[in-house]
Structures are given as structure tokens and as C-alpha cells.
Design a protein around this ligand. Structure first.
Ligand code: 5GP
Length: 104
């Protein structure tokens, strides 16, 4: 599903894009700001990461920092989280990081 968003075959409110990473608004936001940061390349979950993915994951985290600054939350703070697997609450099996802000 998120591959389709990355390929622009499914619409989404895109907030950030570069050649490797995409960030877009969560369709069911759980906080005033709720974005999903994904690698464009399909990786099923955090559990499927390989050592060679370290740079890509680092880029996702740096995009979170960028989004925090852009949205004016650099000082107030925000949360970056990743659900992994059935007991971790993962529903969509394309690696994604939740960026949430605006609620304690
Ligand atoms: P998970 O539980 O897998 O960590 O979170 C999946 C997230 O993706 C949920 O917060 C859900 O609201 C969001 N989501 C699911 N389908 C879509 C979609 O088609 N578009 C967007 N923008 N978000 C989606």
C-alpha cells in the first residue's frame, strides 16, 4: 500500500520527498501532527532490516528532525516511533516511522 503511495498511484498528503524517503500525513491522525516516514524501497518491517540499510534508516530519522523543525516543534518536542510485527501493533507491512507532535 505504501509502495503505491511512493509510486504516486495512491494519493496522499506528501510533506517531504527525496530520492529515497517519503513523508506523508497519516490518514487517521492520532495527534495534531501525525506523519508517516517511509523508505521508498520496500522493506517489510524493522525486523527485516539488514546492516546495509543503516544509512537509509538514518535518513528517515534525519527527515523526522527536518519535519520537526519545519512544523515548529524542534523545541517543544515530538515522538518518533515504529511498530514492528503483530504484537508490536504493525498493521501496514512497509517499514514506516510515526512522527507525532502537538500532544503530550
Ligand atoms: P502501523 O499500525 O502499521 O504502525 O500504522 C499504520 C498507519 O498507517 C496507521 O496509523 C494508519 O492510519 C495509516 N494508514 C493506513 N493506510 C493508509 C493510507 O492508505 N494512507 C495513509 N496516509 N495512511 C494510512
Amino acid at each position: 500500500m505504501f509502495c503505491r503511495i511512493a509510486a504516486r498511484q495512491t494519493p496522499a498528503d506528501i510533506e517531504y520527498e527525496d530520492e529515497a524517503v517519503l513523508a506523508f500525513k497519516d490518514i487517521y491522525p492520532k495527534a495534531p501532527v501525525h506523519l508517516l516516514i517511509i523508505p521508498k524501497r520496500h522493506i517489510e518491517s524493522l525486523a527485516r532490516l539488514e546492516p546495509g540499510d543503516a544509512e537509509l534508516v538514518g535518513r528517515c530519522v534525519l527527515v523526522a528532525r527536518e519535519l520537526g523543525e519545519r512544523a515548529g516543534y524542534a523545541e517543544r518536542g515530538y515522538r518518533l516511533s515504529c511498530n514492528c510485527g503483530p504484537e508490536g501493533g504493525q498493521v501496514v507491512y512497509h517499514l514506516h516511522f510515526h512522527f507525532t507532535a502537538g500532544r503530550r
